[in-house]
Unconditional design. Structure first.
Length: 277
């Protein structure tokens, strides 16, 4: 049995005006232990909703998620989340932020300090341990968030566009840093992104989720050795393949929306071109 099993998952919400909104429909996927899965697709496809359900922050309307053979029914230290917004406590130092999740665990202060120091070393921030988040760059803040997530020793790391707010240079650096950390820690990772390049750079497998409600449209295996170069012909080939899958999903959705009186072809294609670059 796979380490992570998402089975026939659907999720609906009730809007403020009492309309039923379907975010996900019949989503199924599997992940092996230590796998790095990237989930890519246009905005509004339910990617973050899926991640929140896998984390236990939300309950599905239908279906279930199993991690390590156990059904996800709520948050657990075995699954840690990293957000785009860093989510650090501004009144805590770097060391205190990383230690936060350990406060609930039965370990002595020396043991806790040892764990925190290990992960600060892992992300290269030991000398900033006594700094506050306001004194750090965006990339450094995200490294603190990753260290905090890893410090509780989760089996699975869930990452919701963690590098989306960074400039391109810092984003590229953080991608390589994440891969370096993943090679050492070998956690199972589910990573949501809008960037096809980022997905192919990081993933063992790329899942395309698109449509409204969001459904899994395809899985693409990425067998290129790491580190990967965007100019590599095989990288470009994979990028074209994933983009074509998103394009097909976007066209299918557009035809439905246009028939139903929704947005027109040019508007939707403009949004897709911006996303797929």
């Amino acid at each position: 049995m796979a380490f992570v099993v998402v089975s026939d998952l659907s999720k609906t919400f009730i809007s403020k005006n009492q309309m039923v909104i379907a975010a996900l429909a019949n989503v199924s996927l599997e992940m092996e232990r230590n796998q790095f899965l990237c989930i890519v697709g246009p905005s509004g496809g339910g990617k973050s909703t899926l991640l929140n359900i896998m984390a236990g922050f939300e309950r599905p309307s239908q279906g279930k998620v199993l991690v390590g053979g156990h059904e996800v029914k709520g948050p657990s230290p075995s699954r840690a989340m990293v957000f785009q917004e860093f989510a650090l406590f501004p009144w805590f130092t770097v060391r205190e932020n990383v230690a936060f999740g350990l406060e609930m665990q039965s370990m002595s202060k020396p043991e806790r300090d040892e764990v925190v120091s290990h992960y600060l070393d892992l992300v290269g921030l030991r000398r900033f341990a006594n700094n506050f988040p306001i004194e750090l760059s965006g990339g450094m803040k995200q490294r603190v968030a990753i260290a905090r997530a890893l410090a509780v020793n989760p089996e699975m790391l869930l990452m919701d566009e963690p590098f989306g707010g960074l400039d391109s240079h810092t984003r590229g650096f953080m991608q390589q840093e994440l891969l370096r950390i993943w090679e050492k820690e070998r956690k199972t990772v589910a990573f949501v992104t809008h960037s096809i390049d980022e997905a192919i750079t990081l993933a063992d497998t790329v899942a395309v989720i698109a449509g409204r409600p969001g459904t899994v449209r395809s899985f693409t295996k990425v067998s290129l050795p790491r580190p990967r170069e965007e100019a590599d012909p095989e990288f470009v080939k994979l990028k074209v393949e994933v983009r074509s899958q998103i394009q097909a999903a976007s066209l299918s959705e557009e035809e439905w929306e246009t028939d139903a009186g929704g947005v027109g072809r040019e508007s939707r294609w403009r949004k897709f071109r911006l996303f797929a670059r």
